[in-house]
Design a protein around this ligand. Structure first.
Ligand code: CTP
Length: 407
């Protein structure tokens, strides 16, 4: 997603400057070309050599560096940048950016560039809460700058509050989202259900399944990075939620049904990756079932509603079929029976495919009959292949289903 993107990373003088090195490294690993500009204060905390070694590129520290390989650095970098990321951004740099002061190469580049700007503040809580900083942040936001964080927690000073540099995954997610905001799903609302559901047996036990939520989260992130507004209805998962999307946590199939019906009222695309429990206990016992009470135990189950079949509207409806046999036949019958526009047939018995892994082997089947058999790929790649098809359906005059009734 960041392949060959030109990112100018401005590092200012915060104790969090060392985290800028991790950020630079992760950006480079994601394929970005990273040019670092350091303020003088930043160099009190980390050396330019650190960033040079990570980015394999010269680091700008001075307006007048005659040894630099970059000519008139701030102009050249400003013109070439796809995005300017200031991380960590101190209260001082934020104030200078808000005022348009250009007395160092970082602020000069910020003033000269037309690239979007992402700012990740890092400062003591009192400084962030100060009305002067709040005004500067508001001013920069009104001009289109996007802020990542700051997080809440313990600061180097020992104070607890707002001012911690956002974690690297959140900053990178913000960068990806900003770079993709005019993508082919811009202006669309994509709803993704993800993970398993869990159906209570008693206060400590549930019926659930092996779904990890990884496929749904990969789709949510990919849709976000193509410009969509994304709502994720997430069953109980242990992988971290994606950033930059609305999360609606649910537990049971009935809760997921309510959440899907509400979100689907105003969506363009519904993608049900969730492994919804087909059955739930007829009664959830109010106290813990004790084994002394009985020699054997029978739990009576009742069928859960089939959410994707019930939900109707003029959105593109995408389902998944997790199968262990008769992959195409079962998936095609679900596509028709559940009135989907597209189904992702997922062979969960293929090596490195299905639950709890980062790769998947899928076949995408459309209502038109078109079949796209994909090789084993990462879930991010699968997500983008799927969204290519969804984007095509959104723009094709015949793709958009005219279904009667709303949920
Ligand atoms: N699904 C749903 N509500 C359910 C069960 C499934 O909305 N109660 C959706 C899933 O999110 C998925 C699709 O239906 O998009 C197919 O789910 P899957 O579990 O493969 O199929 P089932 O219909 O449950 O059939 P079976 O378990 O018998 O294969």
């Amino acid at each position: 997603m960041l392949s060959n993107k030109r990112i100018v990373l401005g590092v200012s003088g915060s104790i969090a400057a060392y985290k800028g090195a991790d950020l630079a490294s992760k950006l480079v690993q994601s394929g970005a070309i990273v040019d670092v500009i350091m303020t003088k204060a930043a160099m009190e905390f980390v050396t330019p050599l650190t960033f040079r070694a990570i980015t394999h590129r010269p680091v700008v520290t001075d307006w007048y560096d005659s040894s630099s390989e970059l000519s008139i650095q701030h102009v050249q970098l400003a013109e070439e940048a796809d995005l300017l990321l200031v991380a960590p951004a101190t209260a001082d740099i934020i104030a200078k950016l808000a005022l348009g002061i250009a007395d160092d190469p970082l602020c000069g580049t910020a003033l000269a560039t037309r690239a979007p700007m992402v700012i990740a503040p890092a400062m003591d809580a009192n400084m962030y809460d100060n009305p002067a900083t709040a005004e500067n942040v508001a001013k920069l936001k009104s001009r289109g700058a996007v802020f990542a964080g700051p997080g809440f927690g313990r600061m180097a000073s020992g104070l607890i509050g707002h001012g911690r540099l956002a974690e690297t995954p959140e900053i990178i997610a913000t960068v990806r989202q900003v770079l993709g905001r005019h993508g082919d799903l811009a202006g669309k609302h994509v709803v993704v259900s993800s993970g398993p559901t869990e159906e209570p047996i008693d206060p400590v036990r549930v019926i659930t399944n092996r779904s990890s939520g990884k496929m749904g989260f990969a789709i949510a992130e990919a849709a976000r990075d193509r410009g969509a507004r994304v709502t994720v209805i997430a069953g109980p998962v242990s992988v971290p939620y994606p950033f930059g999307v609305d999360i609606i946590p649910v537990h049971t199939a009935l809760e997921m049904r309510d959440a899907v019906f509400t979100a689907a009222r105003a969506c363009d695309v519904l993608i049900m990756t969730a492994a919804v429990a087909d059955y739930r206990p007829v009664t959830a016992v109010g106290r813990k079932i004790k084994k002394e009470d009985m020699a054997s135990l029978t739990i009576e189950l009742t069928k859960n509603p089939d959410i994707i079949s019930e939900v109707k509207g003029s959105f593109i409806k995408v389902g998944f079929a997790a199968e262990t046999e008769e992959l195409l036949r079962n998936a095609q019958s679900k596509l028709r029976g559940k009135e989907m526009d597209l189904i992702v047939a997922n062979d969960v018995t293929a090596p490195n495919s299905g639950f709890n892994v980062d790769t998947n082997k899928v076949t995408i089947i459309e209502r038109s009959g078109e079949i796209l058999d994909l090789p084993l790929m990462t879930k991010d790649e699968v997500a983008n292949k799927l969204l290519d098809r969804v984007a095509a359906l959104l723009t094709s005059p015949s793709g958009r289903p005219a279904k009667a009734g709303t949920p």
